[in-house]
Every structure is written in C-alpha cells, then in structure tokens.
Design a protein around this ligand. Structure first.
Ligand code: UD1
Ligand code: CA
Length: 454
C-alpha cells in the first residue's frame, strides 16, 4: 500500500514568542522540521507533503528538495491544515500518515511499527499515543469500558476527570483516504474555536468505523515543542543521543552534558573530547585526537592525533598530529598541514601552512602560503590588506621569520631565507638570504650619566 505523509507545519508557534516560524527553530544545529522530514523519509513513505502557513516562503525554502508544499492561508486548526492536502492527494490511492512538524524526536523504526500496526488492525484511523508522567498541555485519549478509543479531548476542553488521564495524543495518525470527507464535518465548537483534527476520531467512532490506538514504547520520542523550554528539552535529548552514539563508537566524552555535537559529525575512535566543546555542521575529526576544553569547530576536517584547545576553527582542514591553541582562531579556507603548531593568540585566515611549520605565538597570518618547516616568530603579521584589496604572502620551505616582523604583501620570502627580528619587509627576500628592514641600532656611550647631570 502506498503511503503519503502530511506534515503539519503552518502554525506560528505563538508560545515561542518568536518571529521565526516554530518549525524552523534549530535543534542541535538544524531546523526541527529537518529532523521530522529526515526521519519520515527514513521510515519510507512514497510522498511527503508539508502544510505551510505562517512564514510559508521561509518554510518552503527549508523543505525544498525534500517535500511537496501546500499552503494553509489561515491557520484555523489541525483539521483545516490536513484538509489543505486534499487537492494534491486527489487520485492518490493509499494511506495517509499525519505528522506534526513540532515533534522532532521520534525514530523511523517507531513510525514503521506504528504503520504496520495500523495495517494489521485494518482501522480507518489509528492514533499514536504516549503515556506521559506530566500530560499537561496535550490532548487526552478517552477510551470506553472495552478499552477502545472513543475520542480525544484537548487539555483546555477537558473535564477534571479527563485531565487525570495520562495517555496523550502525540498528533501522529494514520488514516485511509476517506478522512478528507470527515474533516469537512468538523466544527470549531471548542475553547480555541479551531478545527481540531482530534475530532475526526470521535466522528469516525460515531459512524461505527474501526478506530485504533497504538501506544509508543518510548514516550520521550513524542515530546512536542511548543515553547522554548520544550525546545531546550528536545535539544538536550538530541545531544544525548549523538553523544551516546559517539561513545559507542569509541570516543571518550568526559562530560556529555556540556559537550555539543551536531548530528552527522564524524569522530574517530580513541579521540577524547573535553568539556565545553562544540562540533558543528559538516565536521569530521580523526582518531586519537584531543579536542577541548573550550573548542568550537564548525564545518572543518581534523586529521588523526590532532590537539585543539581553547580554539575557534571554521571551514578549515587540520592535518594529522597538528596542535592548535590554546587560544587560536582558524578561519575559513585555511589548510594546516601535518604536525604544524599553531600556538597561543594566533589567527590564521585563508592560508596554507606546510607540514612541520610553526606559528607559535601572537601572529596574524592571512592570505598566506607557508611552506614546510618554516618558523614564524612571535608577533609576526602578514599585512595582507592595503585598504582596498587583499594581497598574498608567500614564505617558502625552511624559511625563518624573526619575531615581530611585518610582511607587507604582496611579498615572498625565499626558501631557507631569514628575516631579522623587528623587520618590516616590503620587498621579496631571495632564497638563503637575510632580509633586515629596520633602523640600525646606535649606542651613545655614557649617555645616561650625561642625562643625569643636566
Ligand atoms: C496538538 C493536538 C493535541 C496533541 C498535540 C501533540 C489538536 C487539536 N491537538 O496540540 O491533541 O496532544 O498536538 O503534540 O490537533 N498546525 C497547522 N495549522 C494549524 C494549526 C496547527 O499546520 O492551523 C500545525 C502546527 O504548526 C504544529 C502542529 O500542527 O506543527 C500541531 O499544532 P499545535 O498548535 O502545536 O497543536 P497542540 O496544541 O500542540
Ligand atoms: Ca504542538
């Protein structure tokens, strides 16, 4: 049987107090709607349709390439939202899986088990339920004496007795295509004056049709995100899952509660991650590395045995055995070779640094190409900007740059050349030469005593 998933994502998310549509709020680095789409796709559906409304262009852009989009011009409730998919699903002869866009923690295998149950039961509708210790805010599942689902009552419309029920509606349902005609019979006769999708359950039961319910084995997967507290709770759960998977793969994480790794980040075995480390975006770290404490690494590739401490690394490649930090800033377009040392208070931007070279202290290296086994003395600055444009600095293999040197680009220091400390180099230094560019020292004998007599 074909299966189409309709993802409800038109709401503003009033309780977020945000201009950003709720479903685009990031969880562990990416929009919560992305988690929903990825997991639904993983579960295996034939079509995915996202109902957009509030911030529709933004939401549509976020799901482009993933799903079809329909628009709910006015957000009149979840039943009205699902109805917006009727048109695109005309002629679709399959089951309809409804998924809320604000519930990012569910797993693909859970969704598959739910759908298998729906098929086996032969129901026209199956509700996915969960038991929460604190069901506040959720719709409650009301069952008859035989244990069959009668209806779902929203928290705001519930009686005292109904509020005591801790089995909640997760907002996930499976329907047969007959659902659309049922949706048209729903009225907004409730506290919120909305067309509640939950009312479909009651109507189908009144029609004498079979409605089933399936309780999720792990309720945590169905925590909804309606406000920023729930957003933080979802964030924590995703982070815990990512950390657990890394640890199972052989990575030591000293304190997962203060380690922030985005899903999709790859880390090799026997790497140790110290507290207050962020590994974000498309990042890969090799084996036997030491990362942190205090590191923020984004969209970067780090080789085996790399050491990083108190550093910000973005869009860079760091070769095996290299040491970065403490207190270093590595910016996009930088490629650091194997066994390079980038020390304290060093900023490197869009530069290539060859194997075994050292930039140990207090330097700015921008738009530079540095060869192998180069030593860049403390306080060296590449003056790459002339006020209008950026220029390159080239330092060839085995060169030695004395401390406190300014390299005014464009400039080249040849292979094995030396630059005297304190120089401001404006002309190329040939290979093997010594370049010195500073005032000569003058010693005035007895000057101090004379000064005292004055
Ligand atoms: C809904 C359910 C509730 C369930 C809970 C589970 C209803 C009436 N209530 O409540 O029983 O326990 O989810 O988390 O269905 N949306 C639209 N268009 C609309 C309204 C909502 O697309 O007009 C979307 C929202 O963007 C959201 C989802 O539907 O992604 C759920 O809406 P929300 O307002 O969060 O419903 P809840 O109050 O959480
Ligand atoms: Ca919700």
């Amino acid at each position: 049987m074909a299966l189409a998933a309709v993802i409800l994502a038109a709401g503003k998310g009033t309780r977020m107090n945000s201009r950003l549509p709720k479903v685009l709020h990031p969880v562990a680095g990416r929009p919560m709607l992305r988690f929903v789409l990825e997991t639904v796709a993983e579960a295996g559906t034939d079509r995915m349709i996202v109902v957009t409304g509030y911030g529709a262009p933004m939401v549509a852009a976020a799901v482009a390439g993933w799903a079809e989009v329909v628009i709910q011009e006015e957000q009149l409730g979840t039943a009205h939202a699902l109805l917006q998919a009727e048109e695109v699903l005309r002629g679709f002869a399959g089951d309809i899986l409804v998924v809320p866009g604000d519930t990012p923690l569910f797993r693909a295998e859970t969704l598959r088990a739910f759908y298998a149950f729906h098929r086996k039961e032969g129901a026209v509708a199956t509700v996915l339920t969960a038991r929460f210790a604190d069901p506040a805010g959720y719709g409650r599942v009301v069952r008859d004496e035989a244990g069959k689902v009668l209806r779902i009552v929203e928290h705001r419309d519930a009686t005292e007795e109904e509020l005591a029920v801790n089995e909640v509606n997760t907002g996930f349902y499976c329907f047969d295509p007959g659902i659309f005609s049922v949706l048209k019979r729903i009225s907004p006769a409730n506290v919120q004056k909305e067309y509640y999708l939950t009312d479909a359950v009651r109507l189908l039961r009144e029609d004498g049709l079979p409605v089933a319910a399936w309780e999720a084995p792990d309720p945590e997967e169905f925590l909804g995100v309606n406000d920023r507290r729930q957003l933080a709770a979802a964030e924590r759960i995703i982070r815990q899952r990512v950390a657990a998977a890394l640890m199972d793969g052989g990575v030591t994480i000293l304190d997962p509660a203060v380690t922030y790794v985005d899903p999709g980040v790859v880390v090799g075995p026997d790497t140790v991650i110290y507290p207050f480390t962020f590994l974000e975006g498309e990042t890969e770290v090799g084996a036997d590395a030491r990362i942190g404490p205090w590191a923020r690494i984004t969209d970067s590739r780090l080789g085996d045995g790399v050491t990083v401490q108190n550093a910000v690394i973005t869009g860079a490649v760091i070769g095996e055995g290299a040491v970065v930090g403490p207190f270093a800033y590595i910016r996009p377009g930088t490629v650091i070779g194997p066994r390079v040392k980038i020390g304290d208070f060093v900023e490197v931007k869009k530069s290539v640094i060859g194997e075994g070279s050292k930039v140990p202290h207090l330097s700015y290296i921008g738009d530079a190409e540095i060869g192998r086994n180069v030593n860049v003395g403390a306080g060296t600055i590449t003056c790459n900007y002339d006020g209008r444009q950026k220029w390159p600095t080239i330092i060839e293999d085995e060169a030695f740059i004395g401390s406190n040197t300014n390299l005014v680009a464009p400039v080249r220091v040849g292979k094995g050349a030396y630059v005297g400390a304190g120089s401001t180099i404006t002309k190329d230094v040939p290979p093997e030469a010594l370049g010195v560019a500073r005032g000569r020292q003058v010693n005035v004998p007895g000057w101090a005593k004379k000064k005292v007599r004055e």
